[in-house]
Design a protein around this ligand. Structure first.
Ligand code: ADP
Length: 263
C-alpha cells in the first residue's frame, strides 16, 4: 500500500549574500492515498518542487515527517521521478538511460530489452533507442525522461510539470497514456502542474497550494468519471474553481475569457 503522508513539513533555504533564510514550506501536510492521482497546483516558486524533492529523499526537511506505505522512508517501495527538465545521462544512449533505472531497481537483466522497447514505444521513441540525448530535441529528451520514470513500474510516481515543455498534441497523448498506465499498475501519483485544466483532466483530487511558504489552501475531489475527455465542459468548471483560488481578484470577464481560451 503506497500511501504517502507528509506531516507538518518545514523547509527554509539560506538566502544568497545575506544572513536570512527563505521559508519555503511551513507546516505543509498532504496525504496521497494508495493508487490515487493527486495534482498539486500553486504559484511559481511556492515550493512544489521542494515538496517532491523531500518526498523523494533528495532534500531533507528542517522538520516534519515523510511516510510512505505507513513507515518512514521508502523501504521496499519504489519511486519514479520525472523532473521538470530531462536530467538525462548525456554520455549514455537513450536505452542505457532506461537500463540505468532498471539496474537501480534490481530488475533482472534479461527483462531490460523488452521493458525498454515497450516504454520507448509508448513515448513515441522506438526508433531512438541508440541515440544520445544531446542529439534529440528538448521535447524528445523530456519523453525519454518520462519513459525512464515509467519503465521501473514504480509504486509511486512523482511528476514535476513533465508535459509543460511539450507541444500540446504530444502532451495530450502522453496524458492519456499516463492515466492508462497508472490505472493498470495502481500507481500512486503526485503530479505538480501549473495548468489547471491538466490537473482537472488527470487528478482524482486537486490540492491548491498558497504562495510561499507553501501550505494546502484548498483540496477537492474531481467528480468526473473515467475515462475522461479533455473536451468535457465539466473540466472547465474545475479549472475555474482552481483559478478562482489562485487568482481571486481577477475580473469576471477576464475569468470567462481566459478559461475558454485555455481549452
Ligand atoms: P516551485 O516548484 O513551486 O516553483 P521550488 O520548490 O522550486 O518552487 O522553489 C521554491 C523557492 O525556493 C524558490 O524561490 C526557489 O528559488 C528557492 N529554492 C529552491 N531550491 C533552492 C536551493 N537549493 N537553494 C536556495 N533556494 C532554493
Amino acid at each position: 500500500m503506497a500511501t504517502i503522508e507528509l506531516e507538518k513539513l518545514n523547509k527554509a533555504y539560506p538566502v544568497k549574500s545575506g544572513t536570512g533564510v527563505l521559508q519555503v514550506l511551513h507546516d505543509f501536510s498532504l496525504t496521497v492515498n494508495d493508487g490515487e492521482v493527486v495534482c498539486l497546483l500553486g504559484p511559481s516558486g511556492c515550493g512544489k518542487s521542494t515538496t517532491l524533492d523531500i518526498l523523494a529523499g533528495l532534500t531533507a526537511p528542517d522538520s516534519g515527517t515523510v511516510s510512505v506505505g505507513g513507515s518512514a522512508g521508502w523501504g521496499a517501495l519504489t519511486c519514479g521521478y520525472v523532473f521538470q527538465r530531462p536530467q538525462l545521462l548525456n554520455w549514455r544512449t537513450v536505452r542505457q538511460n532506461l537500463e540505468f533505472a532498471l539496474a537501480g531497481k534490481g530488475e533482472p537483466k534479461k527483462s531490460w530489452r523488452e521493458r525498454t522497447d515497450e516504454y520507448l514505444a509508448l513515448v513515441g521513441l522506438a526508433d531512438f533507442a541508440d541515440a544520445y540525448p544531446l542529439s534529440l530535441s528538448g521535447g524528445m529528451q523530456q519523453r525519454v525522461s518520462l519513459a525512464r520514470g515509467l519503465v521501473i513500474e514504480p509504486d509511486v510516481l512523482l511528476m514535476d510539470e513533465p508535459f509543460s515543455n511539450l507541444d500540446e498534441l504530444t502532451a495530450r497523448r502522453l496524458r492519456f497514456e499516463l492515466l492508462e498506465i497508472v490505472s493498470e499498475q495502481q500507481t500512486t501519483v503526485l503530479f505538480v502542474t501549473h495548468n489547471a485544466l491538466e490537473a482537472a483532466f488527470l487528478g482524482d483530487r486537486i490540492c491548491v497550494v498558497s504562495p510561499r511558504p507553501a501550505r494546502v489552501v484548498d483540496e477537492f475531489d474531481v467528480p468526473i468519471g473515467r475515462p475522461r475527455s479533455p473536451e468535457d465542459v465539466a473540466l472547465v468548471e474545475i479549472q475555474r474553481r482552481v483559478l478562482d483560488m489562485l487568482e481571486p481578484d481577477r475580473p469576471a470577464r477576464t475569468r470567462l475569457g481566459k478559461d475558454l481560451a485555455d481549452v
